[in-house]
Design a protein around this ligand. Structure first.
Ligand SMILES: [Zn+2]
Ligand SMILES: [Zn+2]
Length: 233
């Protein structure tokens, strides 16, 4: 209902470039041209974390990840219009753009697409109150519809954490250490998958650790955008 009203009230123009959207695309917020400008993250990459770096020996970006954190993949590089789109999802008050972001993520190759669950990374209470929604949950629901997989709100924040972006890599780990726990302490299903938007790094590893400790067999992460300067920690 709210989406229908929003569609009536908003002009059918691309949120990023203001071009008029075709009737076919009127449920979207981003036009074809802008979507095609998003630069996909492509192989060759580290098979585990999906970071396309020239690798000498073992990948250092994912070396500290908990063992059950099996794979991470991102759809596009977080730059230009892709970064603007994420900004709209997080701060623009238009969570409907999750549909556009999820469309770019549909082809991501992670295990469990026929059996896994999607688990959003929860927001801290203060941020949830300010924003009115959890962007990770909106993205998971949009992607879950495309993948035909259920979204289960398994994770809880045990405490609010400071914004990660202002912190050094070492401080990021300390900032989110123990920040998540699994509802009822048990996953119940031995086959969990965890999606998230961004940033990729300490937050996802900590969420994976909580799912791991609760008995998930493996955890994979999918994000829409990946920072051009990696912020894995
Ligand atoms: Zn556009
Ligand atoms: Zn790696």
């Amino acid at each position: 209902m709210r989406e229908a009203v929003e569609q009536l009230l908003l002009p059918a123009e691309c949120l990023l470039c203001r071009a008029l959207l075709s009737f076919r695309d009127s449920a979207r917020l981003v036009c074809d041209v802008c979507r095609h400008r998003w630069r996909p993250v492509r192989a060759p990459w580290c098979p585990r974390c999906g970071q396309p770096e020239p690798l000498f020996g073992r990948c250092r970006l994912c070396a500290e990840w908990p063992a059950a954190f099996e794979r991470a993949r991102s759809a596009v590089w977080l730059e230009g219009g892709a970064r603007d789109a994420v900004h709209v999802l997080k701060y623009g008050g238009l969570p409907r753009i999750a549909t556009d972001l999820a469309a770019a993520m549909v082809g991501l190759d992670v295990p469990g697409l026929d059996s896994g669950l999607l688990v959003p990374v929860p927001l801290g209470r203060a941020r949830l109150r300010n924003r009115g929604y959890n962007q990770s949950e909106r993205l998971a629901r949009a992607l879950g519809r495309r993948w035909g997989r259920p979204v289960v709100d398994l994770l809880l924040r045990t405490r609010d954490t400071a914004a990660q972006t202002a912190l050094t890599p070492e401080a990021r780990l300390a900032n989110v250490a123990g920040a998540f726990k699994v509802r009822n302490g048990e996953c119940g299903v031995r086959n969990e998958r965890s999606p998230a938007d961004s940033p990729l790094g300490a937050t996802l590893a900590e969420a994976a650790r909580a799912l791991d400790q609760a008995g998930a067999r493996t955890v994979s992460a999918v994000t829409f955008g990946r920072a051009v300067v990696p912020d894995f920690t």
